[in-house]
Design a protein around this ligand. Structure first.
Ligand SMILES: NC(=O)c1ccc[n+]([C@@H]2O[C@H](COP(=O)([O-])OP(=O)(O)OC[C@H]3O[C@@H](n4cnc5c(N)ncnc54)[C@H](O)[C@@H]3O)[C@@H](O)[C@H]2O)c1
Length: 434
């Protein structure tokens, strides 16, 4: 087994990837973040033998660090540019969701993977919960037949605290409500081995200023996407906040149906008399992890998904075979959120998902850099809207948010909460003495 030296970019979500299981061969040797305080703290937490190099400049890290692979956990809509640079520098890439901020970047990303011959995987963890892996097993056994209709949900209700999203232009404060769609669509793609081909988007256009109070997240309450899949099935996904968390997956197939129970995460499978065979009408059960990995998966975040992402990425590099969550599927699932927003903006029109593995088809999209994300200070003129409802944060809300961001030095994700100054002092004492 090869040792795979790798870097993590971004130290929020990125921390999840900093202590991989030993059997994978993964060894963290570099970390990159814009903020040097975060860097030295993660070194203090994760570096057992003083082997992790720290960088505030990504290009410098690619040029100088001793690494075979890069794990991208930087800002949501900026992954493609970073991935392409890494591939061009001969590194394998594991990219957090989403794969790209625009369709044109997706085309460039696919080409870069093909030209580099390196492994690319999207770090989509939601297909790998116990219940969804069991759904895959069940689907592959043939008991359910073929997918007709599916529902995938990733509604994450958050009374968005300021410190998770520091800055008016932070991606979490301006992400349209269809964009965070991969957690909802990827499980259905993996379970049924289908790919979305056409997309419509919808949002409830409700002004709820009274509920939102001093929130500054510029986003509609939630997004609904209807996809046609390449087998002809229809899938409906739900993403955004929607004021009540909901992360179920449901499949209706030619020979039966199954769904994750909203309240307890167990799986219910059911059939009708005419397509039941020897199966009971209803059964509800708690699936098991594969025995060999049960302990590690049970301890990992996001229902075990965080373990499997590293497992499959390392396996792909060790075997030198692209993973199931390859660049084409990564771009297709990411395109769903972009095209659904275009659909919302254009009155519900349907858009084709490019065939990302087909140069002739994807060439049509190579210059499509449509995006509603603004850069700091960029004017709204000529830009697509970020919300469908006319709701806007109040001036008072922005003032309160600004005060909170300044007080936490714009660190984000709860970094400044407890013990930050103490840990920083300990880390500096340990590593800055030379
Ligand atoms: N799969 C999951 O369950 C899951 C969960 C949370 C977040 N995420 C994804 O992970 C990514 C990061 O999320 P987050 O919550 O940590 O976001 P965040 O905005 O809190 O953190 C991003 C980090 O990247 C750093 N960064 C940004 N640009 C950089 C650059 N040019 N060079 C070096 N560092 C840079 C920032 O300083 C920051 O520390 C997002 O794409 C998000 O969608 C996935």
């Amino acid at each position: 087994m090869e040792v795979i030296k790798y870097a993590v970019v971004g130290t929020g979500r990125g921390k999840v990837f900093m202590s991989p299981p030993e059997y994978t061969g993964m060894k963290l040797t570099a970390v990159c973040d814009l903020n040097p305080d975060k860097l030295i703290i993660v070194k203090y937490r994760f570096d057992k033998d003083d082997s992790i190099q720290l960088f505030t400049d990504y290009d410098e890290m690619l040029a100088k660090a001793d690494i075979d692979a890069v794990i991208l956990a930087n800002y949501f809509n900026e992954h493609a540019e970073f991935a392409i640079k890494a591939l061009k520098a001969g590194k394998h890439v594991l990219s957090e969701c989403t794969a790209m901020g625009t369709i044109g970047e997706g085309v460039a990303l696919c080409r870069a993977v093909e030209e580099s011959g390196k492994i690319y995987m999207i770090a989509e963890n939601y297909p790998f919960t116990k219940a969804r892996m069991e759904m895959k097993h069940l689907y592959e056994s043939g008991e359910l037949g073929e997918l007709l209709y599916g529902e995938g949900e990733y509604a994450h209700a958050m009374n968005a605290p300021f410190d998770i999203a520091p800055g008016e232009y932070h991606w979490r404060n301006q992400i349209p409500s269809t964009y965070y769609c991969t957690h909802a669509i990827a499980p259905i793609m993996l379970i049924t081995n289908t790919v979305p081909t056409r997309v419509n988007g919808f949002v409830p256009k409700i002004e709820d200023q009274s509920y939102r109070g001093n929130e500054v997240r510029l986003q509609d309450p939630g997004g609904i996407i209807v996809c046609e899949m390449d087998n002809g099935a229809v899938v409906r996904t739900m993403q955004g906040a929607f004021r009540a968390t909901s992360m179920a997956t449901r499949l209706h197939c030619t020979h039966g149906a199954c769904e994750i129970n909203r309240a307890d995460g167990r799986l219910t499978v059911w059939h009708e008399g005419f397509n039941r065979g020897n199966n009971p009408k209803y059964r509800t059960y708690e699936p098991e992890w594969p025995e060999e990995y049960a302990e590690m998966a049970a301890k990992a975040g996001h229902g075990g998904g965080d373990f499997w992402v590293i497992h499959y990425f390392a396996e792909a590099i060790q075997k030198n075979e692209q993973p199931w969550l390859n660049v084409y599927r990564a771009c297709a699932m990411s395109a769903v959120g972009i095209l659904a927003w275009k659909s919302v903006v254009n009155g519900g029109a349907a858009y084709d998902v490019p065939k990302f593995d087909d140069e002739e088809d994807r060439k049509k999209y190579e210059n499509d850099f449509w995006t509603p994300f603004r850069k700091e200070g960029e004017s709204d003129e000529g830009m697509p809207p970020r919300t469908a409802s006319p709701w806007k944060p109040t001036e008072e809300a922005y003032a309160a948010a600004k005060a909170a961001w300044e007080a936490s030095d714009y660190l984000g994700l709860g970094w400044k909460k407890s013990g930050f100054a103490e840990e920083l002092a300990l880390a500096k004492a340990k590593f800055e003495k030379n």
